[in-house]
Design a protein around this ligand. Structure first.
Ligand code: TPP
Ligand code: MG
Length: 682
């Protein structure tokens, strides 16, 4: 990476283009003003957007992209590129302008002109997978910063494993809002603890947020705050390219993560709106833009970048070609085994998965295990983790309860990044966002652990994983009143429904050790979706005793206990309640009622199945009953509005779990009674 100052570095930010023309290369100011002009013109054209941030941070971004960032617009997926995260996603025009100016082929001027329009790649906030060069979806403040921590973890871990072919930085632009969000504290603390020295946060220290001056709501000393978390922190004039460059140059050699607070003026250049919240999130208006053009010395019409300026930017976009070529050489110099391992990791290959799952299921058939599904998950992980080197586990300080750390897993630490287990601390939100960053980085399949009830504490990051189509696996144990004595604060009741409401998220609730292994397989195979595995604290019997190679959970639901004769009743259940359903089936048989039991480990897969398959498993028994120790919401899709539901209608209580199941009426007797009532037989 080149950290050399360009000959134009010392040109004052307010310098006019005439001065630039006199210098051998295009002046910094002209380069930065190109960003400002594109941002204000695109927002104006869209009649919507955020010009203030791109105009304020144009100098910082120009220094970063023209002198430091290692990237190749011709190969946006180059594994060893520096990652750039625009955590302040509302400033999306900053990023789009940079992508256009540096020469990402997809980011044409036409796309800039169609900012925020349907079908353009210039969405309101940067969206991963939608726009080449966008490393992660941002917009919900704080997420980008926390995601970047995961990217930086991934880099350190893969560097420990593969040496010199993984050697890059993660740069973040974060705003006041990013740093006010609670998630930022989790992210900062984790990054400082792990001494992620290749993480550099450029803080847009403009003292303004939507409501006005930051002093209305915040008086944190960010420098002290970051230092307290183990970072190096300094403050620079964010409009002084030389000062910015020196700070970033210094960051290159840091032994800890780096914060550079860049004092900027929001809406820099706007005659009356600069420095004011009014430039944050609305078009500047024709008069203000005219004034800004004069003030900045930008005489060109909207969307026109003079050839010399564009060409200087395009050269900046080619700066890392030699670094890219060197990297390719280093890659080719790897020994064959390491090379194959690296390629396989980058391609997210899972050759060993099917065999490992088959072996787990064979073992369970030979020696059935009547254990909690959290323990069944640990049993599965004992085989999966060694088989799949991409898996990095963790827990938010509930390792012993979540059973996510296998016997041989070493903890990751600042002293040893090769460890594959992360003690995230009590930081569910930071954990989930960091997992997104690791998955986005590539080469890693992160999985975590916490209690299901705390899915609320990481929901925004899970939602983004779903939106971005990232494979992260959340092991969430203690999945119902079945956790017992800890009581209603810890007993999820609405969480399954709430998670099922997130599009593209797979929510698995396996009923026994065999289903747990199968659900793990499905979660790992879901390359473009996150998963939650909701697992019990309490023991459950292993209902499937025979070895079956096929993954029955793949269809989302299957008949786990058939009826003797044509079923009058179909009982659908998930997780620990499948056992209750099977007991109810026996009670009904004793009353001469034929019932079948369908296990539903994954609603999403069932509801996505072809209609014929879905109909076949749902069946046509006149009575349908759902059983789940949670609220009914979502169940009507399976049992219909006339179906009976045995579950929870409110919060749980603190007591031994067997007492709770009786108290709340989630019992075989209650299921049987509901069936008989529907049949008019009670
Ligand atoms: C979690 C979250 N809450 C609220 C918002 C809405 N929002 C967008 S920007 C912003 C704050 C703007 O202040 P700052 O982050 O300092 O950005 P600047 O105006 O300086 O560009 C808010 C509240 C959001 N995007 N994300
Ligand atoms: Mg601000």
């Amino acid at each position: 990476m080149s950290a050399n100052a360009s000959p134009t570095a010392a040109v004052a930010p307010n310098a006019r283009r005439e001065q630039a023309a006199a210098s051998p290369a295009v002046a910094h100011t002209a380069l930065a003003n190109a960003i400002r002009a594109l941002a204000m013109d695109a927002v104006e054209q869209a009649k919507s957007g955020h010009p203030g941030m791109p105009m304020g941070m144009a100098d910082v971004a120009t220094v970063l992209f023209t002198r430091f960032l290692k990237f190749d617009p011709a190969d946006a997926a180059w594994p060893d590129r520096d990652r750039f995260v625009l955590s302040a996603g509302h400033g999306s025009m900053l990023l789009y302008a940079l992508l256009y100016l540096t020469g990402y082929p997809a980011m044409t001027l036409d796309q800039i002109k169609r900012f925020r329009q349907l079908g353009s790649i210039t969405a309101g906030h940067p969206e991963y997978g939608h726009t080449p060069g966008v490393e992660t979806t941002t917009g919900p403040l704080g997420q980008g910063l926390a995601t970047a921590v995961g990217m930086a973890i991934a880099e350190r871990h893969l560097a420990a494993e593969f040496g010199g072919v993984v050697d890059h930085k993660t740069y973040v632009i974060a705003s006041d809002g990013d740093l006010m969000e609670g998630i930022s504290q989790e992210a900062i603390a984790l990054a400082g603890h792990l001494k992620l020295n290749k993480l550099v946060v450029l803080f847009d220290d403009n003292g303004i947020s939507i409501d006005g001056a930051l002093s209305l709501s915040d008086s944190v000393d960010q420098i002290k705050r970051f230092e307290a978390a183990g970072w190096t922190a300094s403050r620079v004039d964010g409009h002084d390219p030389q000062a910015i460059a020196s700070a970033i140059a210094k960051a290159q050699e840091s032994d800890r993560p780096v914060l550079i607070a860049c004092k900027t003026t929001i809406g820099f250049g706007a005659p009356s709106k600069a420095g004011k919240a009014s430039s944050h999130g609305s078009p500047l208006g024709a008069d203000e833009i005219k004034g800004a053009r004069e003030k900045l010395g930008w005489t060109h019409p909207p969307f026109e970048i003079p050839a010399d300026i564009l060409s200087a930017w395009r050269k900046a976009g080619e700066r890392s070609k030699p670094a890219h070529a060197d990297w390719t050489k280093r890659l080719n110099a790897l020994d064959a085994g390491k090379r194959a391992a690296f390629d396989s990791r980058m391609r997210n290959e899972l050759q060993a998965l099917a065999g490992a799952v088959a072996a787990i299921k064979q073992s369970l058939a030979a020696t059935p295990k009547d254990i909690a599904t959290r323990s069944a998950s640990e049993f599965a992980l004992e085989s999966l983790v060694p088989a799949l080197p991409a898996m990095i586990g963790g827990s938010a300080d509930l390792t012993g309860s979540n059973n996510t750390r296998t016997k041989t897993m070493k903890a990751m630490s600042a002293a040893d990044y090769s460890g594959r287990f992360i003690h995230y601390g009590v930081r569910e939100h930071g954990m989930a966002a960091a997992m997104n960053g690791m998955a986005l980085h590539g080469g890693i399949i992160p999985y975590s652990g916490t209690f299901l009830v705390f899915s609320d504490y990481c929901r925004p990051a899970i939602r983004l994983a779903a939106l971005m189509g990232q494979r992260v696996v959340h092991v969430m144990t203690h999945d119902s009143i079945g956790l017992g004595e800890d009581g209603p604060t810890h007993q999820p009741v609405e969480h399954l429904a709430a998670l099922r409401a997130i599009p593209n998220l797979l929510v698995f609730r396996p009923c026994d050790a065999v289903e747990t292994a199968e659900c793990w397989q499905l979660a790992l195979e879901a390359k473009n979706r996150p998963s939650v595995l909701a697992l019990t604290r309490q023991n459950v019997p292993q209902l499937s005793r025979d070895f079956l190679e096929r993954n029955r959970c793949a269809a989302g639901a299957y008949e786990i206990a058939a009826a003797d004769v044509k079923a009058e009743v179909s009982i659908f259940a998930t997780g620990s309640e499948v056992t209750i359903a099977v007991e109810a089936q026996k009670l009904l048989a004793a009353r001469g009622v034929s019932a079948r039991v369908v296990s539903v480990p994954c609603f999403e897969l069932l509801l996505e199945a072809p209609e014929a398959a879905r109909r076949a498993v749902i069946g046509d028994a006149p009575v349908k009953i759902g059983v789940e120790a949670a609220i009914r919401q979502g169940w009507d899709a399976i049992i219909g509005s006339d179906g009976a539901f045995v579950g929870m209608t409110g919060f749980g209580a603190s007591a031994p779990y067997k007492d709770l199941y009786k108290h709340f009426g989630v019992t075989p007797e209650a299921v049987a009674a509901a069936a008989l009532s529907k049949l008019g037989k009670n």
